[in-house]
Structures are given as C-alpha cells and as structure tokens.
Design a protein around this ligand. Structure first.
Ligand code: ADP
Ligand code: 5GP
Length: 185
C-alpha cells in the first residue's frame, strides 16, 4: 500500500512499479470526483455518481472508503480479496485515512509512506501537474501538514526526491517483503 500527500508522486511511482514488477495487481478505486483530462474509466478510477457510490457502500462492496477533499473514494473489496487469494500482491494507492482503516483489517499488509523532499517541491509538483483548480490545490496543501505526521503508523518511509531512486526503494521494499520467511511458509 502506498500513501502520501497529493502531488508527492504516488501515481508516477505506481506506473513505474507496474512496468518493473511481475505478479503485482493494481487495485482500481471508485471515486465520485470528476474525471481529469487524460484519465480513463476503469484504468485510473471507476467514476461513480454519489448515488452509485452510496449503493455500493450499503452493499458492503468496499474494503475501505473515505471522503477525500470533498469527494468519496473507495477500494473495491472483491478485486483485492480475489487476487490476494490467487497469490498476487495487490498495490493500493490510497489516502492516509483509508490506509489506516485497511491496516486495522489487514495488519499483515505493507504500508509505505511517500514523502516530498520539501513543501516547496510539493507545491511545484501540484502546480506543474496543472490538473487541479486553485481551491483544490489549497485544500490539498492544507491537508498535507497533518498528513505528514501520520507517517509513524507506516512500515516504510520513502522520500520522493529523485524519481528513480524513490522508485528503486519502493521496488526493493516489495522484493524484500516477498523474501520474508513468514511470507514463504
Ligand atoms: P500523486 O499521485 O501523489 O498525486 P503524481 O504522480 O500525479 O502525484 O505527481 C505529481 C507531479 O509531480 C506530476 O506532474 C509528476 O510528473 C511530478 N513528479 C513525480 N515525482 C517527481 C520527482 N521525483 N521529481 C519531480 N517531479 C515529480
Ligand atoms: P486524486 O483525486 O488526486 O486522484 O486522489 C486524491 C487522494 O485520494 C489521493 O491521496 C489518493 O491516494 C486518494 N485515493 C485514491 N483512491 C482511494 C481509495 O480507494 N480510498 C481512499 N481512502 N483514498 C483514495
């Protein structure tokens, strides 16, 4: 599971990981937020109306869900459980509230926190991405201070300064976890 403040580079690291590692499945979340330019239904998210999201929630279809910046986000339970049973590692890229809820249900999961090298770098990245409104950028930055303090609940901390280095660290964590004796017997 990878989490961290918005704009830190989780999506970028995730894409690179999926290219490099075998036997890893990406969990696609559901969200009520509207699609950004360049995104695709079923690849980036399942885009739902508030009503559709609520129905799935009532049917207990989410492993976790959380309101993030005034939209709802949720991890579809069936996909994650089916793939874990088949022996795959499942990668979740979700916010910190969601990650902590998953930790309660699945303490054996591996929780990786991605941190920016500085707040200035984070601001530059969010602005550079050019896909968020000024209000949404402000909300994301305001949340960031509190979010950073949650790192203590995670197993690993990776600072995303040089992308290749951060990516190699996340990859190494996954490889090392796969070698743990308890994960092989
Ligand atoms: P998140 O998924 O955490 O919201 P993104 O992956 O969308 O963040 O990254 C936000 C922006 O920062 C993107 O424009 C991305 O290209 C850029 N970025 C990601 N990692 C780095 C890095 N190590 N150095 C510089 N820019 C980066
Ligand atoms: P964005 O709108 O930038 O794609 O994502 C905003 C935030 O929502 C990010 O921190 C992202 O990790 C988080 N997020 C994405 N999917 C989920 C999910 O299924 N559950 C939770 N709790 N957060 C999610």
């Amino acid at each position: 599971m990878i989490s961290g403040p918005s704009g830190v580079g989780k999506g970028t690291i995730k894409e690179a990981l999926l290219q490099k590692l075998q036997d890893i499945k990406l969990s696609i979340s559901a969200t009520t937020r509207s699609m950004r330019e360049g995104e695709m239904e079923g690849r980036d998210y399942f885009y739902l109306s508030h009503e559709e999201f609520t129905t799935k929630l009532e049917n207990d279809e989410f492993l976790e869900y959380a309101p993030v910046y005034s939209n709802m986000y949720g991890t579809p339970k069936k996909y994650v459980m089916d793939n874990i049973q088949r022996g795959y590692d499942v990668l979740l890229e979700i916010d910190i509230q969601g990650a902590l809820k998953v930790k309660e249900k699945m303490p054996e999961g591996v929780f990786i926190f991605i941190q920016p090298p500085s707040i200035e770098a984070l601001v530059q990245r969010i602005n550079g991405r050019g896909k968020d409104s000024p209000e949404s950028i402000q909300t994301r930055l305001a949340a960031c201070q509190e979010e950073m303090a949650m790192v203590i609940h995670y197993d690993y901390l990776v600072i995303n300064d040089e992308l290749d280095e951060a990516m190699n660290k996340v990859q190494s964590i996954i490889i090392a976890e796969r070698c743990r004796v308890k994960n092989n017997y």
